[in-house]
Write a protein that binds this ligand. Structure first.
Ligand SMILES: Cc1ncc(COP(=O)(O)O)c(C=O)c1O
Length: 493
């Protein structure tokens, strides 16, 4: 395609983020050079006592804030926004090219072979995995092997369509590779797919995905890595198709990798997606339709039914490019140092129980996700006090991984049955769970220190709010307080 009009100003920045991103280096100096790339880190929020404080986000495993590069790119792209594909106008041609480049960039981010792989944009990791489950169920009725460490999004879609076997977790919550080996041995040739999380959203444990891939292929199956949690923390390399350690499918979420604009991706072999029809049909999915016939289109188009989220795809690609330019090794090293520091501090704090890896010297074996409980207060209360009195965002509960959290808490079946009945009766008070802090590439020691000093206060009972448990949500709310968001939201919607 030849563009006959001049390229819009600074368009290059869409794909080549500005100099504020340091080139990847071989050594790490301990400082966080990513803070300047994150939008809104200086934002102050109100506390329960009426004062204001800089917000600290330690809930990055749920969602990350946008990169400056992403917000800039979208602002620069907005005046040119137009629907993609089949449009002949300049803006449509430009957006079509941007959308095509976005596919290629996300593929490059995970080391996919552009000749044999397709990057399919979806809305989040959950949709990516559901799409694969639907597509696979149409062509294969063999077993799915998944694990006890999974987020519900990499568990329930498999249970919906297939006979599913779960690999056990060890007592401290690690992937039990001996059990995995046994399951593969006993079911070799009868397994369609191994669906495993790249990194747990509860404990942060990283799975040896390439070793598992080799074993999976040996057993005649393919492997999906749910990389929602891995992608923002570690380099992903699917490796060439012929490599025994090749990863067949990858699921990604843009909102967990600094591009919260409603896009995720499923990456996998084009040949697989060309089998059969798509899970959603309609506009954009076909070559030709007659009153009696449908000829499906090429991939990824046939799996991206309807008008796509072009801006979301651009956001995800800009984030991927920014992370690649920064260097995922540098991101990983920054988070390792912070995780090591935090685990060390937590080990010295009375009343704190950390789940999963506790040893600071083994911080490299996990991404920066640390689940814990305090002896003095329920996890829901800890999260409420840190939010309302500390201006710090953490998460509490079971993190959409109920079986795994129940396992980590060592609840027996009677205990878990009791809370399940209570929960189903509409009372979520006193539910088992944990508090989770989770780091981004920009998190700092100062952020961690702010949280730890709040935890020390809570452990000593030194908070002042009068918190009331709301049974329906299972959350503690400060009595007599209500949020006033009008200065931010007022009149806009
Ligand atoms: C490991 C893992 N997989 C899947 C998901 C689901 O991601 P999404 O919310 O993008 O659908 C999450 C979300 O927390 C996750 O942590």
């Amino acid at each position: 395609m030849t563009l006959t009009e001049p390229v819009p100003p600074r368009r290059d920045r869409l794909y080549n983020p500005p100099d504020s991103v340091e080139p990847a280096g071989n050594s790490y100096d301990g400082s966080c050079q990513m803070r300047e790339c994150i939008y809104g880190l200086d934002r102050e929020v109100p506390l329960l006592d009426g004062s204001r404080v800089r917000y600290v986000n330690l809930d990055n495993a749920a969602s990350t804030p946008p990169l400056v590069q992403v917000v800039d790119a979208l602002a620069e792209m907005a005046p040119y926004y137009s629907s993609v594909h089949r449009g002949t106008g300049y803006k449509s041609r430009l957006c079509t090219e941007a959308y095509d480049i976005a596919h290629a960039t996300v593929g490059e981010f995970v080391g996919a072979d552009p000749g044999t792989s397709s990057v399919i944009f979806v809305k989040n990791a959950t949709e990516a995995i559901n799409k694969l489950a639907h597509r696979l169920a149409a062509v294969d009725d063999r077993i799915i092997v998944t694990t006890r460490l999974e987020h519900h999004s990499n568990d329930l879609p498999w249970r919906d369509h297939f006979r599913t076997i779960h690999v056990r977790a060890t007592a401290d919550g690690r992937f039990d590779e001996e059990d995995f080996d046994r399951i593969l041995r006993e079911n070799a040739g009868r397994i369609a797919l191994v669906a495993v999380t790249g990194a747990s959203n509860v404990t942060g444990y990283i799975q040896p995905v390439h070793r598992l891939a080799a074993k999976t292929h040996e057993a005649g199956a393919r492997i999906l890595v749910d990389a929602a949690q891995l992608a923002p923390h570690r380099k992903i390399d699917m490796r060439p198709d012929g490599d025994p350690e090749h990863l067949d499918f990858i699921a990604l979420a843009g909102h967990k990798m600094y591009a919260p604009y409603g896009t995720g991706a499923l990456v996998g072999p084009s040949a697989f997606f060309l089998q059969g029809g798509p899970d959603y049909s309609g506009g954009g999915t076909v070559h030709v339709v007659t009153p009696d016939e449908v000829h499906w289109g090429k991939t990824p188009d046939r799996d991206e039914a309807g008008s796509p989220n072009v801006m979301g795809a651009i956001a995800m690609a800009v984030a991927a490019r920014t992370l690649m330019n920064k260097g995922m090794d540098q991101v990983a090293e920054h988070e390792r140092v912070l995780t090591e520091y935090t685990l060390g501090r937590l080990a010295a704090m009375p009343g704190v129980t950390v789940y999963g890896e506790k040893d600071p010297s083994r911080a490299a074996e996990k991404v920066g996700v640390i689940p814990f409980n305090l002896a003095a207060a329920d996890h829901a209360l800890v999260a409420a006090v840190t939010g309302y009195e500390g201006g710090i965002g953490v998460r509490n509960g079971c993190f959409c991984a109920h079986p795994y959290v129940v396992h980590l808490l060592h609840l027996n079946s009677e205990e878990s049955g009791r809370w399940r009945s209570q929960f189903l009766a509409g009372d979520k008070s006193g539910m088992p769970g944990m508090v989770r802090m989770s780091f981004g590439c920009y998190s700092s020691q100062e952020d961690v220190d702010r949280l730890l000093s709040m935890l020390e206060k809570i452990e000593k009972g030194e908070y002042f709010g009068d918190y009331v448990m709301e049974k329906v949500s299972g959350s503690y709310l400060p009595r007599g307080y209500s949020d006033d968001f009008s200065s931010i939201l007022g009149g806009r919607m």
